[in-house]
Design a protein around this ligand. Structure first.
Ligand code: FDA
Length: 398
């Protein structure tokens, strides 16, 4: 048998060459650290490349801590303040990457998400200018971690690696086809850190039972307000062949829990049935249908006219029908799961981490960053902003 290759020693080992892992590596490398990044994929940043429809919605200029869910809503504040959207934008501009604001502060590449990945890789190379280095090691499978007096020892199909610091940036469970695994959670458990149960977020919802009839409206899209619990989002709804999607639903899905209703206002700020209440107006199903058609997409109007007519034609009955159209309750049977979820909510319990550095409170030298942590952004560039901010917070402590 050939002798096992010698272990390679670094200052920092980073697991995961995604958004958080690459920016953390570049930042630590530019601070003079010798960094190795290990990933089981054959290429880095696969999620970056497909993000934002291939144009990467890389940040949101209106980012505040209110755009994130976490068991501890205060945890993200310090990292988000340390590294803000303008800091990432400065980097983007230094690399002369053309960008535009699409809507609601969402910044996208003009050309392609490849620009962001290439920028991160170029930043990793720049480490050599400061006496540091970033070695990117792909196809590193079967990662296992041990800790001893010297630090962390990682074994993999690409050999063994040791370093006094280990950064876990392997993300959440969303989109296993792109390489997502629960490694971060396994490592957290191995080192005694608690996990907030991971669940799919920013994910389409599935309708079943009699609500499955809605799927006949597949393709219908309209602006709504979706309420899940006490949170609401005013954006587009899209009916799909399995249930409900579109930005309003994806956003609300992060707050929705099985068994809860999802309440929809089909005509925010509009009085749909006003035409029937006008003096002398006809009050019948045809006028009702026409009133809905004046405001809502035709197929949606026809469906609601058939399935949610007023219980009568009195003022009280029309008021009640109006309220029903602004508070229409769905009971989704579930979500489309991690295979379709843009992000994973839950993850490493923030109570186990220092908010300024992402270092484990009970395991010096061990850091968790990015989507692996129980900090989940709204739709619109916030998840990348968390990846960047948490990555830089950790790198400055390395
Ligand atoms: P990320 O998932 O990027 O990286 C983790 C890395 O770890 C991967 O390279 C993976 O291969 C590696 N890894 C995992 N398990 C491993 C193991 N066992 N061994 C070795 N390596 C392992 N956000 C946003 O702000 N704007 C947007 O436009 C979009 N768009 C978008 C579209 C789609 C389709 C998805 C699925 C997601 C988005 N997101 C997004 C979310 C965003 O992509 C996500 O939050 C970040 O990529 C998270 O960055 P991380 O570095 O934490 O994980």
């Amino acid at each position: 048998m050939p002798p096992a290759p010698p272990e390679r020693r670094f200052d920092v080992l980073i697991l995961g060459a995604g958004a958080a892992g690459l920016l953390s590596a570049a930042t630590a490398g530019q601070r003079g650290r010798r960094v190795a990044v290990l990933d089981h994929n054959a290429q880095p940043g696969r999620k970056i490349l497909i993000s934002g429809g291939g144009r990467c919605n890389f940040t949101n200029i209106h980012c505040t801590p209110a755009n994130f869910l976490s068991q501890n809503p205060h945890f993200a504040k310090s990292a988000l303040a340390l590294y803000q959207p303008r800091h990432f934008l400065e980097l983007v501009e230094r690399h002369r990457i053309p960008w535009h604001e699409k809507t609601l502060g969402q910044l996208f590449c003009d050309r392609s998400a490849h620009d962001i990945l290439n920028m991160l890789l170029a930043e990793c190379e720049r480490a050599s200018l400061s006496g540091g280095s970033v070695d990117l090691i792909y196809n590193a499978r079967s990662l296992a971690v041990e800790r001893d007096a010297a630090g962390f020892r990682v074994t993999s199909s690409q050999g063994g690696f040791t370093a006094p610091a280990l950064v876990v940036a392997t993300g959440g469970l969303s989109i296993p086809q792109l390489g997502a695994t629960g490694l971060a959670y396994d490592l957290a458990r191995q080192f005694g850190l608690a996990i907030i149960p991971p669940r799919p977020a920013l994910v389409p919802l599935v309708l079943g039972g009699i609500e499955a009839a809605w799927t006949a409206l597949s393709g219908v899209s309209t602006e709504i307000i979706a309420h899940a619990g006490r949170t609401q989002f005013r954006e587009k709804l899209l009916v799909t062949h399995r249930g409900l999607s579109g930005p309003a639903i994806l956003q609300a899905s992060s707050y929705w829990h099985a068994g809860q209703p999802l309440t929809i206002d089909f005509a925010p700020g509009r009085n749909l049935l006003a035409p029937l209440l006008a003096p002398g107006a006809r009050r019948d199903i045809a006028t009702f249908r026409q009133a809905l058609r004046a405001v809502l997409p035709q197929r949606l109007a026809a469906y609601l006219a058939e399935t949610a007519p007023p219980a009568g034609w009195s003022n009280a009955a029309l008021d009640s029908a109006e309220r029903g159209l602004h508070r229409y309750e769905f009971y989704p049977t579930g979500t489309e799961g991690f295979a379709k979820a843009e992000v994973t909510a839950g993850g490493i319990d923030t109570a186990a981490l220092h908010a300024r550095t992402m270092e484990a409170r009970t395991v010096p030298g061990l850091f968790f960053i990015g989507e692996a942590v129980d900090v989940t952004g709204h739709l619109g560039g916030f998840n990348f902003q968390w990846a960047w901010a948490s990555a830089v917070a950790a790198a400055r402590a390395l």
